[in-house]
Design a binder for this molecule. Structure first.
Ligand code: EPU
Length: 422
């Protein structure tokens, strides 16, 4: 099994380009099923989850050409089955994104419970998806450990209110389900993440009629077909934020290129107004500069445009270097603070208040340690902690990091980090 060996502390310098967004790519690839014409996707990040998603699409019968790295030309006209390959679908949570487009085009889909990071209570639920599909006329049954969803005569437009929670992938799934349904669909209390608007803009460019994506109420008029299209995957806002925090925590000067600063506005506002981290920004870049003193500030994770749950872990590492105490409150997932124990093993002073809240007391002197990455976002937090820490850190199970951050060791090494993958 591969691992990262990192020697700290690091003072980084230089430029780093943000790759395409994992959580946009993982929706656009299955969205290709909605059309029988050619779809070109560019700026795909070269990460495991994207490879799995493309493999799942190919397994269904789609043809995919790769004219150059990061670009896929998909023709889904030949899809000849509606059951997801369990061996592939079990490997990543985003396999759930294939269900809505299959249901929309063929009126049915069969799939196992999707895999992925275990960061919810036990298996991450899919009840919101099933409720939503039911509102459009689909029925779900469970047989041989697989869900089977069927809409006799195809899906029909309907109303759905996200009453349990504001769910990102479920909002995107409902958009994909409704684009080919008969009649009008109204979705209320929707998630507003930028990836959702990007998906809707792309589908509209192919003939869909989706209004107000990126707001809490989305309206979709069903259309008869989705045509050919092309989509350039937006820069990854979580990578952008992770690099900004990495620069701040190591007191480095880093230019983050090819990003959308607006997508991490909440973090930048906190840097400016509370932490005292100096930075400059342009339309597609952010330059983080070293702070003499980092002030503490607590955060509470929230749906977009609030503080992202996917940046909560790197932010906690930053707070280990702040002068004072910060309360970190995770509101979206149930098991997303367990990494705090790993930071404590490195010398962080963290009090676990309850499963949703920790208090980070800084500044702490972190020391290198042998660690295992529990999941993707905790994994990158450990990398940042290792760059802050004195001495040698070994991080195991880096599959969980490389799943979301392309070629991360080489990219950080180019900033001067002493990191190798062995
Ligand atoms: N949930 C349910 N029922 C459902 C769906 C979700 O109970 O049917 C629960 C989950 O178990 C979880 C919470 O709701 O506790 C949040 O789920 P949400 O729907 O917001 O998350 P998601 O759509 O599963 C996406 C991202 C996550 C990101 C969250 C932020 C993708 C592929 N995944 O997940 O990204 O953390 O939104 O809300 O877009 C990551 O990139 O590391 C990652 C986990």
């Amino acid at each position: 099994m591969s691992k990262f060996i990192i020697n700290g502390p690091a003072r980084l310098k230089g430029e780093i380009e943000v790759k395409g967004a994992k959580n946009a790519a993982l929706k656009i690839i299955p969205a290709a099923i909605l059309s029988t014409e050619k779809i070109t996707i560019s700026n795909l990040p070269q990460i495991e989850d994207v490879k799995l998603s493309l493999a799942l699409l190919e397994d269904l019968g789609a043809k995919i050409d790769y004219p150059r790295p990061g670009t896929a030309i998909i023709n889904a006209s030949g899809i000849n089955k509606t059951g997801l390959n369990p061996a592939l679908a079990n490997k990543f949570r985003a396999s759930i994104m294939f269900v809505a487009p299959l249901l929309a085009r063929f009126g049915e889909a069969t799939f196992p419970h999707p895999g992925g990071c275990i960061i919810g209570a036990g298996k991450r639920d899919i009840d919101v998806f099933l409720d939503g599909f039911a509102a459009l006329g689909a029925e779900t049954s469970v047989k041989d450990n697989c869900y089977h969803i069927k809409a006799k005569g195809g899906l029909s437009g309907g109303e759905f209110f996200f009453y349990k929670l504001i769910a990102v992938t479920a909002t995107e799934s409902m958009i994909m389900a409704a684009v080919l349904a008969k009649g009008k669909t109204v979705l209320k209390n929707c998630a507003m993440e930028p990836e959702i608007k990007a998906l809707a803009d792309y589908l509209n460019s192919c003939g869909a009629k989706i209004s107000n994506a990126g707001t809490p109420t989305i309206t979709i008029e069903g259309v008869a077909k989705i045509s050919a299209g092309s989509f350039a995957v937006m820069p990854d806002r979580i990578e952008t934020g992770s690099f900004a925090i990495m620069a701040a925590a190591t007191r480095s000067e880093i230019l983050i290129k090819n990003c959308v600063p607006e997508h991490i506005r909440v973090l930048l506002e906190i840097f400016k107004n509370r932490l005292g981290i100096p930075f400059e920004e342009g339309s597609d870049w952010i330059k983080i500069k070293p702070a003499k003193k980092i002030r503490p500030f607590g955060i509470k994770t929230h749906e977009y445009p609030g503080f992202p749950t996917d940046l909560q872990q790197p932010y906690s590492v930053l707070m280990t270097q702040a002068e004072g105490s910060s309360l970190i409150h995770e509101t979206i997932f149930d098991r997303r603070l367990l990494y705090a124990d790993l930071l404590s093993q490195m010398g962080a002073d963290i009090i676990m208040c309850d499963p949703h809240r920790i208090v980070v007391n800084g500044p702490a002197r972190l020391c290198g340690h042998k660690l295992t990455s529990p999941d993707l976002r905790a994994g990158i937090a450990l990398v940042i902690a290792a760059l802050v820490a004195e001495g040698r850190t070994e991080i195991d199970n880096i599959y969980q990091i490389e799943r979301g951050y392309e070629n991360i060791a080489a990219r950080l090494a180019s900033l001067g980090a002493d990191i190798i993958k062995v």
